[in-house]
Design a protein around this ligand. Structure first.
Ligand code: PLP
Length: 360
C-alpha cells in the first residue's frame, strides 16, 4: 500500500533524493567507495559542501557577506549558540510556542531577555521591539501548534526592528517560501524537516554580526570557527549534507522557491478548505493569516471527540502516516513539507471526506 508520510520531523524527502542517497551509500559518484567511508578531507567531499552552500544561497537569494554553515547539534544547540555569540546585555524574543520557549530559556543564561509578546495559537502583532536589544529572535513556523509568521507580519517586523539584528529559527519552513534573507543576521534550523535527514543543522549568518560580545566563546560554539573552516573544523555530518545537496538540486531542477511556494500554497488551501467545510473536524488555528502551511493541525468539533481513535485507525488503513497531533495539542497534525506532493494531500482530503460521509 502506498504510504503518505505526514511526519513532523524527521520527515518526508523526495523519492528520487532517497534513491540517489541509497546509490551513493553503495558507490559514491562512481568512485568505487561508499559515501559512508570517504574522508571529509578527501577531494570527494569539499565539492559537496561547496555546492550545497552555493545552492542554499542561490535558492534563497542570500546576499553577499553571508555564509551558509552545516553543523551538528540540531536547532537546539543554536538556542545556546546564538546568545553565546550575540548576547552581551539584552535580547528580545517573540514567544510563539514550545521551540521559542526553549530558545528563551537558553538565552536567559547569557543576559537579560525581554519577551515582547507570547501566544501559541496566533502570531502576535502590535508589540514593540526594544531598540537597545543585541538582537530580536523569532520562530517563523510553530511546528507543534501550527502557526506561521505570514509575509505580512514579517514585513511588520522588518519595519519596526530598526537596527536591531534579526535572528530566526526557520527549522520547519526554510525553503518553503520566498524570504528576504537580507533582513536577517542569522537564520538557523534543524535540516530534518525541509532539507535533509536528521543530523545536520544549517546556519545562514551575516559575517559582520560577529565579534561583538566580550566573553570567551568555546571553539566549537564559536560561529567564527565554522566560518573560517568552511563547516569543516571538525568532521561534519557527511551523509546528511550529501542528501541535503541532492534535495537542493531537486528543488532547483523543479523551479526553485517560486515553484515550491505555489505548490505549498495549493496543498495548504486544499486541506484547510476541507477542514473549514467539515462537519466533523475543524482546524485548531482560527485566524487564516496565522495558519501554518507546513504543519496543519486539526481536531474533532465538540461532541465528536470520541471518534478520534476510530479516525486514526481509518486513516492509517488508507496509508496515512504520522498524522497524530503533538501531545500538547492533541487531535491531528498533517505536516506538508516541501517533498509532500499535491496528490498526497488530496489523498488525505479524500480520507477525511470518506470518514465524514460514513458518519453523517
Ligand atoms: C524541530 C524543531 C526544532 C528542534 O530541532 P532539533 O534539530 O531537534 O534540535 C527547533 N525549532 C523548531 C521550529 C523545530 O521545528
Amino acid at each position: 500500500m502506498k504510504k503518505y508520510n505526514f511526519n513532523a520531523g524527521p520527515s518526508i524527502l523526495p523519492q528520487e533524493v532517497i534513491k540517489q542517497t541509497a546509490e551513493a551509500v553503495l558507490d559514491f559518484e562512481g568512485e568505487g567507495l561508499s559515501i559512508l567511508e570517504i574522508s571529509h578531507r578527501a577531494k570527494y567531499f569539499q565539492p559537496v559542501v561547496d555546492e550545497a552552500e552555493a545552492l542554499m544561497k542561490e535558492l534563497l537569494g542570500v546576499p553577499e557577506g553571508y555564509r551558509v554553515l552545516f553543523l551538528g547539534g540540531g536547532a537546539s544547540l543554536q538556542f545556546c549558540m546564538v546568545p553565546f555569540n550575540m548576547l552581551e546585555k539584552k535580547a528580545a524574543y517573540l514567544n510563539t510556542g514550545v521551540w521559542s520557549k526553549k530558545a528563551i530559556k537558553e538565552a536567559k543564561g547569557f543576559g537579560e531577555v525581554v519577551e515582547v509578546a507570547a501566544s501559541t495559537n496566533s502570531i502576535p502583532s502590535g508589540y514593540e521591539i526594544p531598540q537597545d536589544a543585541d538582537y530580536f529572535h523569532i520562530t517563523t513556523n510553530n511546528t507543534i501548534f501550527g502557526t506561521e509568521i505570514s509575509e505580512h507580519k514579517l514585513q511588520e517586523i522588518y519595519a519596526k526592528k530598526g537596527n536591531v539584528p534579526l535572528v530566526a529559527d526557520m527549522s520547519s519552513d526554510i525553503l518553503s517560501r520566498p524570504i528576504d534573507i537580507s533582513k536577517f543576521d542569522i537564520v538557523y534550523g534543524g535540516a530534518q524537516k525541509n532539507i535533509a535527514p536528521a543530523g545536520v543543522t544549517f546556519v545562514i549568518i551575516k559575517e559582520s554580526c560577529l565579534g561583538k560580545v566580550s566573553r570567551y566563546i568555546p571553539t566549537m560554539l564559536n560561529y567564527q570557527t565554522h566560518i573560517d573552516n568552511g563547516s569543516m573544523f571538525n568532521t561534519p555530518p557527511v551523509l546528511p549534507i550529501y542528501t541535503a545537496l541532492l534535495n537542493l538540486r531537486w528543488l532547483k531542477a523543479h523551479g526553485g522557491i517560486e515553484w515550491i511556494n505555489r505548490r505549498n500554497q495549493e496543498k495548504a488551501d486544499l486541506l484547510y478548505k476541507c477542514l473549514d467545510q467539515s462537519k466533523l473536524f475543524m482546524p485548531t488555528i482560527a485566524d487564516r493569516e496565522d495558519r501554518s502551511r507546513m504543519n496543519i493541525c486539526f481536531v474533532f468539533k465538540p461532541g465528536y471527540e470520541e471518534l478520534q481513535d476510530e479516525f486514526f485507525k481509518f486513516a492509517t488503513q488508507r496509508g496515512m502516516v504520522g498524522i497524530k497531533g503533538h501531545r500538547l495539542v492533541g487531535g491531528f497534525r498533517a505536516s506538508c513539507y516541501n517533498a509532500m506532493d499535491v496528490e498526497g494531500v488530496q489523498a488525505l482530503v479524500e480520507c477525511i471526506k470518506e470518514f465524514e460521509n460514513s458518519k453523517i
